[in-house]
Design a binder for this molecule. Structure first.
Ligand SMILES: *Cc1c(COP(=O)(O)O)cnc(C)c1O
Length: 384
């Protein structure tokens, strides 16, 4: 390892040129508060991007929490949730004391398997209760099988929540991620494709649902000159300073998508000759922002090379890579939660690796990653 080689991060924030100008404007006008003109302008931008009404919030997790409350979920309810995801999707189900029911993924997009979803619903109904909501995800930016999932949700009349936290800028059959649920959720956390330094949004075609979310996010204050409360609320609004950063980031979103997609193309071109490294192509009509480039290390075809060997070899080169999300049905906190499984997400967790994918990676850095991966395979084939 070269001692001097600088760290290559998995996905680090990448500012454009206008963020500071918007932030300066917030300072100049003293709008340093969880409301203000940048918040409203940011929400207008999100509406332009998705065609949906939007309220900006302190995180994507907060947005999922409010979506579940608005769906009417209580501690007596069950909520169907994609198992292969980040915990921000599922933990809000527990905030409400409800029961998560996990559903496994299909192999073409790695997202919720629509057939298994229907089986799960039928089984829950047979056991006495229809699930109150479904949360599906576009993991790593790849849109799920939206049409089939929507059809199941409509058939059984179950509220559909779209977790598009990783998919800002992705689309399905030309329809933007963030417009594909009864309520949709975005995240602007620091590692996402664009960031507000921490933040999220809740979106819907129904203005009354979005207004309800804004109300709940501002401590559920009733209309009165004093502070009057007849419902429990939360302090979940995005600050005007954060929204200022978000406005600058929205300006560069098309560029960020192109850069991340170029990362994917570079890795695929450089590594695809190796039968042990499997990429995830876009099915017809699925446009991914390629938030993270993910590969499967197929040990059977990779002369015995495992995912962990690749990850550790990269780490020795000061390159951050990461196993894919550990499915929620395998997490200690969800032990005992009902789960409808087909083995797909467990396979992905075992063999899947997220490669450095920032839009600010240089060609030299991308080449370092590729050389790091190739070296593992070359070493093994030399030994055998
Ligand atoms: C990041 C993320 C969230 C949560 O967003 P935060 O803004 O970090 O709270 C939810 N779901 C998925 C799939 C995510 O990747």
């Amino acid at each position: 390892m070269t001692e001097t080689s600088e760290k290559i991060w998995l996905s680090s924030p990448h500012m454009g040129t206008t963020e500071l100008m918007y932030v300066q404007e917030a300072f100049d006008t003293n709008w340093i508060a969880p409301l203000g003109p940048h918040v409203r302008a940011f929400e207008t931008e999100l509406k332009r991007l998705t065609g949906r009404y939007a309220t900006s919030l302190s995180s994507g997790t907060a947005a999922i929490h409010l979506a579940l409350i608005i769906a009417g979920v209580t501690n007596k309810d069950e909520v169907i949730c994609q198992s292969f995801t980040f915990c921000g999707t599922s933990h809000p189900v527990l905030y409400l004391g409800a029961t998560p029911i996990f559903v496994d993924s299909e192999e073409e997009t790695w997202n919720m398997d629509p057939q298994l979803l229907e089986e799960a619903i039928l089984d829950r109904i047979k056991l006495g209760k229809k699930p109150k909501a479904i949360i599906y995800v576009h993991l790593y930016g790849m849109p799920a099988k939206v049409e089939a999932i929507k059809a199941v949700a409509e058939k059984y009349e179950i509220f559909l929540i779209e977790d598009a936290a990783e998919a800002v800028g992705s689309s399905y059959m030309g329809q933007p991620a963030g417009s594909l649920g009864d309520i949709s959720v975005l995240s602007f956390n620091g590692n996402k494709i664009i960031t507000t330094g921490g933040g999220g949004a809740l979106l819907s075609a129904k203005l009354d649902l979005v207004s309800k979310a804004t109300f709940l996010a501002t401590q559920a204050r009733d209309h009165a000159p004093h502070y009057e409360h007849s419902e429990v609320g939360y302090n979940y609004r995005l600050s005007n300073v954060s929204a200022a950063i978000g406005r600058g980031q929205i300006d560069v979103l098309p560029e960020r998508i192109r850069q991340r997609r170029d990362n994917y193309k570079f890795y695929q071109r450089e590594l695809d000759g190796n039968p042990g490294i499997v990429f995830l192509p876009e099915p017809e009509g699925h446009f991914s922002n390629r938030w993270l480039t993910t590969v499967l290390i197929d040990a059977a075809k990779a002369e015995g090379v495992t995912r962990e060997e690749v990850r550790l070899a990269l780490a020795r080169e000061n390159i951050e890579s990461r196993p894919m999300w550990k499915p929620m049905h395998l997490q200690p906190i969800y032990k005992g939660a009902p789960a409808y499984l087909n083995g797909v997400s467990e396979q992905l967790f075992e063999n899947g690796l997220c490669l450095p994918s920032g839009s600010n990676l240089t060609l030299a850095q991308l080449e370092r990653v590729v050389n790091g991966v190739k070296a593992v395979f070359n070493l093994v084939s030399k030994n055998t």
